[in-house]
Design a protein around this ligand. Sequence first.
Ligand code: NAP
Length: 371
Amino acid sequence: MKNIGLIGWRGLVGSVLIQRMLENNDFTHYSQLNIFFHCFSTSQVGKQSPSIANGCNTLLDAYSIEQLQQMDIIICCQGSDYTKQVYSKLCDSGWNGYWVDSSSHLRMHQDATLILDPVNYQAITQAISDNRKLFIGANCTVSLMLMAINGLLKQDLVEWINPATYQAVSGAGAKAMRNLLQQMGGLYNHVNSDLQNVASSILDIDKKINHWSATSNDPANLFASNVIPFIDSMTANGQTREEYKAEVEANKILNSNQHIAIDGLCARVGAMRCHSQALTIKLKKNLSLATIEELLADSHEWIDIIANDAVATKKQLTPLATSGTLRVKIGRIRKLTLGNDYLSLFTVADQLLWGAAEPLRRLLNILVKAT
Ligand code: NAP
């Protein structure tokens, strides 16, 4: 018998995780294996647990070390502040279970394995057989970038990568999604009467929109009709922490002797879900586009190569066309005029799936099979 604790199950990542587990009948499968799920909360202790919890009917206290100690595996999607507060206390209490986390706090911990099994399955199984107990989901844009260009990385064809990201508001949590929708509605309501009047000036409408946006919203969270080229906090060298994570986390996952330089610019855009990235890749050698597409497509079963034409790109290579699916789309593949070894491509995938919940769900499967 095993006890698994779920923390953060009602947040965005947690609810997508539960949804994926239900879609795959994971809970039924686990209960046949005598595995019990217990839901914890930081804010609703003692209330009714969701029906997926077959271990305990009421929500347990996510701050109770005593209750957490009863778990063999803890899946935590609560966020870094919580992990900072609880993880070391739990370990200090002598707990020796598996901690699986979606937040960034423990990613660079020396004992942590970053999990993205289509890319580093062997590192994960090796860590389990080495009796390592800390498994952390990587930053969402990093996971999506590696899922997209795994075919080139596996063949050691990449010298450096310069990403420009276009990250959806859901990357900032449930509240940001609500903000975006309220702002869209606010904008529409503000100019609705002008829109009904065909004689109204579009420049006047534009002016009203700008005025409303600037006066009625916090600029840090103004997502509608906007792009914010700053995610997370500033580091000493002018990179944001989101930009900093690309190189360190990607190289930690790849765990190769060949360090790959990765640096670029991360921006928040007014999409609801799915992160998009334009990647400039310096290849180690000149390969034909046909070979590149073949390597990318053959890397795993979730890749979709989108033809570099207007119809396919606008129809398929967008957040809206990708949201809620496991597809990792790659399009606009071409050589830059800078030289034959400079590759440009655009990739889109759902950051709540491959960038967050899916690696956790799959890790749990691997862990249960292996232990
Ligand atoms: P979130 O939606 O803000 O949820 C986090 C917690 O907020 C919930 O578990 C819940 O805890 C609490 N909460 C308070 N009010 C809530 C409400 N009205 N609805 C739902 N939950 C509410 O955070 P998240 O986006 O899932 O991110 C969790 C962690 O994963 C973070 O460290 C984040 O950086 C990381 N991550 C996120 C993404 C992404 O795309 N969002 C991707 C990769 C990694 P209680 O039930 O205990 O109150």
